[in-house]
Design a protein around this ligand. Sequence first.
Ligand code: GRF
Length: 191
Amino acid sequence: MSQKTKIAVFASGSGSNFVAIAEACDNGELNAEVALLITDKPEAYVVERAQKLNIPIAAFSPKAYGTKEAYEQAILERLKASDVEWLVLAGYMRLVGDTLLQAYPSQIVNIHPSLLPSFPGKAAIEQAVEHGVKVTGVTVHLVDEGMDTGPILAQEAVRVIDGNVEKTAEAIHAVEHILFKETLHSLFTAK
Ligand code: GRF
């Protein structure tokens, strides 16, 4: 079997996608290793989840750095020290800047809870429900300098349930946990 792909997961929130990816690495569905969790929110629930899974955590507080460049440079040094090959954004609530984009060209992947280009940015599920669409979904895409604008790798539709954000979010997360690992598997197999 080919060598495992070393990835870093970037997350700022609860981390259900982080856990799904870590489990897929663990059970061999994904020929990869989560070398690091990178977070900008040391208090996020994802940190607790990474501790339980014994995955190394690197927390970087953007406020501690004068510029976005300095913040990303510090992250980059940590990524290089762990030989990370791909960056996987799973609820990372920041725009990726030039420092990381140039260091990982076409090797940064994001998951977004809508059928892009509809409803980019924050609160995509709320936006879809407020808009009254009947079908929304999940998109996995490569990251560029825009907000949820990079080349689309995979999409899956999800019905809006009863015009209800919580119920729809639950259905979306269930799809995310499968679509993300499958898309990463295809990417890493093709590399
Ligand atoms: C997901 O819905 C993902 O699409 C979006 O942020 C959410 C993260 O959820 N980018 P979780 O922290 O993985 O549970």
